[in-house]
Design a protein around this ligand. Structure first.
Ligand SMILES: Cc1ncc(COP(=O)(O)O)c(C=O)c1O
Length: 431
């Protein structure tokens, strides 16, 4: 008989804080597929493999459910009766669904006219109080924070630490499903909660499997030294926000004390690899996975190094100009020897089409930023040979199907019309 998946808080209870492991509010989220994308790997070449973590298979169709089971469980256990969130759409759908299950009142603040219809429908269907604000997501988040500070309502955006606890389980699942740590994990970045949670998850799983090591060594990519994590814009942004991230790099051949304790030993380590040593005495333990985060060009505050007052992109889920978890995301990229880059709307839509045409997975535009970024990085020569690469597809394409019904010029893609007549249909089908 098939095993019943019990939701992420029960499945990974031993890796979660105790307050999240009783009276759990769950829709049995998680346990999502990790699908090999052979055609995309072939396009990149060089012996790489690419795997898609399809978070659209969660109960409300996005990765938010992992964090929301935790945030709503925590709110309920703390005696809260009402929750609030700001949202580009998916958080509102998830918060509404989990609140319905928990019997809590849910209020959501969304930017007026800026969220996909499917997501709005979900929030309304689950009986949330939906308020459209005359402003963007960042304005909604400021309001939601103030509501939580001044009224009896719990904020369930990703600044709520319980959200990170739930979302980090996706990293555990990837390692479990793959049987090893990926060399590179690609992920879209908006408010920057998810990249933060994945990095937390990879680190914790690494720590769990390497508890007895004094020095943990990660293999980076051959070109990690060139990654935008060193860009002046990024350093300026870090300094501006008062964040100090120290990166120590040594060349593999210089590192005679380097012991490779990683699960993927040897797969990317070679003479040209950059090796980072992070001593556990400093409190930082590395994982053997480089975090590659991708923003949309019109909403790329972490890449360009300044806040976007008026973020714009067709990928509405990542249309965010001032990410709440900016520092954590930048630390994740720096500590993992990863990279941050931006992709154009054209690249995002082309990647969405490539994914749906060649793998059978339909993701929403924001999700495709992870593959768009991977392909862009491959063109720049940043992807090392034989790398095992995972990418999160954050949400389901059915939530926001509008762009799938257009070609690259924006012209509508319509089904062919035909009479109810066999030979005519056969002719149209080329049979
Ligand atoms: C589909 C989708 N992808 C990516 C993101 C970005 O995630 P984060 O805000 O945690 O960076 C979001 C956030 O709303 C999303 O809904």
């Amino acid at each position: 008989m098939a095993k019943l998946w019990r939701g992420v808080l029960t499945e990974y209870a031993d890796l979660l804080p105790a307050n999240l492991t009783h009276n759990i509010v769950t829709l049995q989220e998680g346990g999502t597929p990790l699908i090999e994308a052979r055609a995309i790997a072939e396009q990149i070449g060089n012996g790489v493999s690419v795997w898609l973590k399809f978070e659209g298979a969660n109960p409300t169709g996005s990765f938010k459910d992992r964090g929301m089971t935790a945030a709503i469980t925590d709110a309920k256990n703390a005696g809260s009766q009402a929750v609030v969130c700001a949202s580009t759409g998916n958080t509102s759908a998830s918060a509404a669904a989990y609140s319905a299950q928990a019997g809590l009142t849910c209020s959501v603040l969304v930017p007026q006219g800026k969220i996909a219809m499917g997501k709005l429908a979900q929030a309304i269907a689950h009986n949330a109080k939906v308020i459209q604000i005359d402003g963007n997501f960042d304005d909604c988040l400021v309001l939601a924070r103030k509501l939580a500070e001044n009224y009896l309502v719990t904020l369930v955006n990703s600044i709520n630490p319980a959200r990170m606890q739930g979302q980090k389980t996706a990293a555990f699942e990837i390692v479990d499903q793959l049987g090893r740590f990926p060399d590179i994990h690609c992920i879209p970045v908006g408010n920057a909660g998810n990249i933060t949670a994945y990095w937390m998850g990879f680190q914790e799983y690494c720590r769990k499997t390497h508890l007895d090591t004094d020095t943990v060594v990660t293999t980076g990519t051959a070109t990690a030294a060139d990654a935008p994590s060193k860009s002046p814009a990024l350093v300026g942004y870090l300094n501006g926000r008062g964040v100090g991230v120290t990166i120590s790099r040594t060349n593999a051949s210089d590192s005679d004390t380097a012991t490779d304790h990683t699960a993927n030993a040897g797969s990317t380590a070679n003479d040209t690899s950059v090796v980072t040593e992070i001593h556990s005495a400093t409190g930082t333990v590395a994982a053997p996975t480089a975090m590659w985060g991708f923003q949309a060009e019109g909403a790329a505050p972490l890449v360009d190094g300044y806040i976007f007052e008026h973020p714009e992109t067709i990928a509405s889920a990542i249309r965010i100009g001032n990410p709440a978890r900016a520092e954590d995301a930048l630390a994740a990229v720096s500590e993992s020897q990863g990279l941050l880059d931006k992709v154009s709307d054209t690249e995002i839509l082309a990647a969405q089409k490539l994914i749906s045409n060649t793998t059978g997975v339909f993701c929403e535009p924001a999700s495709a930023a992870s593959i768009a970024g991977l392909l862009k990085s491959a063109k720049k020569g940043l992807v090392p040979a034989n790398a095992t690469i995972t990418a999160t597809l954050t949400g389901h394409g059915l939530k926001d199907p509008s762009f799938a019904l257009q070609d690259s010029t924006g012209a509508a893609l319509k089904p062919i019309e035909a009479p109810n007549y066999l030979t005519r249909v056969a002719t149209l089908l080329g049979l």
